[in-house]
Design a protein around this ligand. Structure first.
Ligand SMILES: C[S@@+](CC[C@H](N)C(=O)[O-])C[C@H]1O[C@@H](n2cnc3c(N)ncnc32)[C@H](O)[C@@H]1O
Length: 247
């Protein structure tokens, strides 16, 4: 569907932009640790969107918790290799929306309603003390929206995308233990010096779903010129909620 391609693209962009991503990655790691320290007990920790682990303080989490589960729909080899360094770190291949497996048949058969996400993995886990969702939320509708785009009317796709976002926010409230959320919320295209100042724009990446006031927010220079455009720097606004259930 494009999840692997997307992971490869993130890796390639990280390699090209790591100087510009440094501050964002450090702030994310610090927020993950702030949140982890709030966990009432230190048995199991789950990281949603572990991806390539650029923004995950894995060594610290592995020391703090009895076990750490890296959950993602794709575990690329850098993540697999890194996980091997820690005896209490496990990979868990998982679609956090729970709907991805149903999309191909829904694309083939237009009369089937689009899926409704209501994830249940870990909800009954008696050992789960901490879950953090790391720079994942805005990605959840991305591949499903693209995959279904030609098969359904725009209005249906838009509703599915918002529901995927809502469902993840609700999931983080339903899971046992302490939960935290770090996510980009909007992107800005900022004209570089000498470019047409009118070419700037800003758009929401959470499909219209608003978030509460963050505990901390920062800018992530995600694709500085000429990464996506010669004339525009792309900057993501990131929100951190180290205690999501209290928001
Ligand atoms: C931008 S990356 C997050 C950054 C990541 N922590 C890193 O350092 O690479 C988003 C991650 O979300 C994962 N992802 C996207 N959709 C997913 C889904 N439905 N279920 C689980 N993981 C998903 C992607 O595979 C990717 O690893």
């Amino acid at each position: 569907m494009g999840f692997l391609r997307s992971s490869i693209q993130v890796r390639a962009r990280y390699n090209r932009c790591q100087i510009h991503w440094k501050e964002h990655l450090e702030l994310t790691r610090a927020m993950v640790l702030t949140a982890a320290q709030m966990a009432p007990r230190r048995r199991r920790a789950v990281v949603f969107g572990a991806g390539l682990l650029h923004d995950i303080p894995l060594a610290e989490l592995s020391q703090m918790f009895e076990s750490v589960i890296l959950a993602d729909i794709v575990h690329a080899w850098p993540c697999r290799l890194k996980a091997l360094e820690f005896s209490n770190v496990k990979l868990h291949r998982m679609d956090v929306t729970g709907v991805v497996k149903d999309l191909p048949k829904m694309r083939r058969c237009a009369s089937l309603p689009l899926p409704v996400s209501c994830p249940v993995d870990f909800v009954e886990d008696p050992f789960l003390d901490f879950t953090v969702s790391v720079n994942l939320l805005s990605q959840l509708p991305w591949v499903p929206g693209h995959f279904m785009s030609k098969a359904r009317p725009d209005v249906e796709i838009a509703a599915m995308k918002s529901q995927l976002i809502f469902a993840h926010l609700d999931y983080l409230k339903r899971l046992p233990g302490h939960t935290a959320l770090i996510t980009d919320t909007l992107w800005r295209a900022v004209p570089v010096e000498g470019a047409n100042p009118e070419s700037g724009e800003e758009w929401d990446v959470l499909s219209g779903v608003g978030l509460p006031e963050p505990f901390r927010a920062w800018d992530w220079r995600i694709a500085p010129a000429p990464e996506r455009s010669r004339d525009l720097d792309y900057v993501a606004r990131v929100h951190a909620y180290p205690d999501w259930k209290k928001t």
